[in-house]
Design a protein around this ligand. Structure first.
Ligand SMILES: C/C=C/C(=O)SCCNC(=O)CCNC(=O)[C@H](O)C(C)(C)COP(=O)(O)OP(=O)(O)OC[C@H]1O[C@@H](n2cnc3c(N)ncnc32)[C@H](O)[C@@H]1OP(=O)(O)O
Length: 257
């Protein structure tokens, strides 16, 4: 296989650090690597002790440089095109379906399918040297799958700038637009990721899983349907002991002060 997925654990196994490791080609995605990507997230999703995933790119140059153009250049029929784009969507869906928050640690180039995967993540933090863009139209194809999440992050006008003008933007601009939630110098990127991990680990694990699933549904539903789903999720929280324990703990601490 050209490229591989690298998975490590930290925080007593509760946090998975996943890297797309294809540094020589800016961590671009070929079909085998995309199958491995989706399978890696599906396997992590089975782990009930998992609390968070950090997704990054191997090496200093790229998060994910997009899909491998040499593979797409060999596509010769609509059926092959569909099979290829379904693999890209499969990676994004695997991230969205992962039951715990996935943080995109954007260490460098974040282009095309790579930006779609970043958009599928729950939180994005970028090195200040990272650059973002959707250059597909420059190679004769539209951006078609989780690019559909971009308007929710940055609005329709900025989405059009990325998709129609294929502008490349800096991390500072990505922060200003709301394409990422935080920017840090490369040397402080891991410390910033750790701060978010600590916040996730302090929260109720069932609540976080429920919240992620609900946000994902909200992205897909109208406001009315989304609120109805939220009411169901709130009631379902009491299927576990977590709200009793954590709400009760708050009341106990308050009574002591
Ligand atoms: C459905 C989804 C569609 C998509 O995702 S479309 C693809 C979107 N991506 C692109 O169009 C970006 C294409 N790449 C570039 O324009 C440049 O790279 C950069 C500006 C990002 C970086 O330039 P520099 O720093 O000079 O690096 P370098 O020498 O061009 O790249 C290192 C090696 O990586 C290969 N590579 C980079 N991007 C791709 C790609 N998307 N598909 C296949 N190969 C790629 C290069 O060719 C080269 O390889 P070698 O060292 O053998 O010459």
């Amino acid at each position: 296989m050209v490229g591989r997925m690298d998975v490590r654990r930290s925080h007593d196994g509760r946090v998975a650090h996943v890297a797309v490791d294809h540094d020589a080609k800016l961590n671009t995605l070929n079909p085998d690597l995309m199958r491995d990507f989706a399978a890696t997230f599906a396997a992590l999703g089975q782990d009930e002790g998992l609390r968070a995933v950090v997704l990054t790119g191997a090496g200093p140059r790229a998060f994910i440089g997009g899909a491998d153009i040499s593979v797409m250049a060999a596509v010769d029929s609509e059926a092959q095109g569909e099979a290829f784009i379904r693999l890209v969507h499969g990676c994004c869906r695997a991230v969205r379906d992962c039951p715990v928050p996935v943080i995109a640690r954007v260490n460098g180039w974040c282009l095309g399918a790579g930006l779609e995967i970043a958009a599928a993540c729950d939180l994005r933090i970028a090195a200040d040297v990272a650059k973002f863009g959707m250059p597909e139209v420059r190679v004769g194809i539209p951006s078609v799958v989780e690019a559909a999440l971009l308007p929710g992050l940055i609005g329709w006008g900025r989405t059009r700038r990325l998709l129609l003008l294929a502008e490349t933007i800096t991390a500072a601009r990505a922060l200003e637009w709301g394409l990422v939630e935080r920017v840090a110098p490369p040397g402080l990127l891991d410390a910033a990721v750790e701060e978010w991990i600590d916040m996730l680990l302090e929260a109720g694990p069932h609540a976080i899983r429920s919240q992620k699933a609900l946000i994902r549904r909200w992205e897909d539903l109208s406001i009315t349907e989304g609120i109805a789903a939220g009411i169901e999720a709130f009631a379902a929280s009491w299927k576990t002991e977590e709200p009793r324990r954590m709400l009760g703990g708050f009341m106990e601490r308050k009574a002591k002060t």
